[in-house]
Design a protein around this ligand. Sequence first.
Ligand SMILES: Nc1ncnc2c1ncn2[C@@H]1O[C@H](COP(=O)(O)OP(=O)(O)OP(=O)(O)O)[C@@H](O)[C@H]1O
Length: 251
Amino acid sequence: MPFDPPGTGGKDAARVMPLTCSALHVIRGGRAILSDLSFNLEGRGLTALLGPNGAGKSMLLRVMASLVAPDSGQVTWNGRTPDRSRRPRLGFVFQKPILLRRSAAANIDYVLAALSLPRAERKRRTAEALERAGLQHLAGSPARVLSGGEQQRLALARALAAAPEVLLLDEPTSNLDPASTLAIEQIVSLARDQGTRILLVTHDIGQARRLADEVAFLHHGRLLERGAAESFFENPKTPAAQAFLSGSIVL
Ligand SMILES: Nc1ncnc2c1ncn2[C@@H]1O[C@H](COP(=O)(O)OP(=O)(O)OP(=O)(O)O)[C@@H](O)[C@H]1O
């Protein structure tokens, strides 16, 4: 697959292929984790996926990334089922960064090598990714000695170095202090502005307000609301979303 970094402008919006989930059902232990869930991602911007603990947010991300197969329903990428030969350019950053036991730079180089990029291009892209994450001074350090915030910045830089069309972020700042959270938010904002389509799971309502263009609200494995962020926060339509935003127990 040729390397094709995201750029800016309307032309790029058209390049982002729609990722569509249709009528997903995921059953575990006889219980519906996702229930008749249809959801799509296309165009530009950042969608915050909100909902109480256990709503099914992480499961939805895993199904979208083909890490979990749904019991029924399907995920398509530009109308086709993703397979090995037509892997979508999709990045995933988890709550706890999953890094290789090698240097920070080598962690990034690893994903670029998997894209079959020439060595010189990999070197340039790795330096650029480390700089974007403010980690250039730690390029040669083993990833495991980095602080939690640095590790998460590295995980994000590594995901972005592969120029994903869609970036899935599962509570990327839940273990981080405010300064590290801000650093991650700045990187995420820049990626969004440069055309990466982002789906962010977060329990940090302030973060969702700062970053989201739109909000999707999940409850008991169902998509209850989806709309512009401002109208969701000012005027949530369902009782469950109202309770969630007011900090009440959501039934
Ligand atoms: N492999 C599994 N087997 C059984 N139950 C599972 C499995 N994976 C997830 N679940 C259950 O599915 C529900 C949804 O989990 P999920 O992690 O998607 O929720 P979430 O919305 O991301 O929650 P949180 O905000 O707490 O991270 C939970 O009740 C969880 O216990």
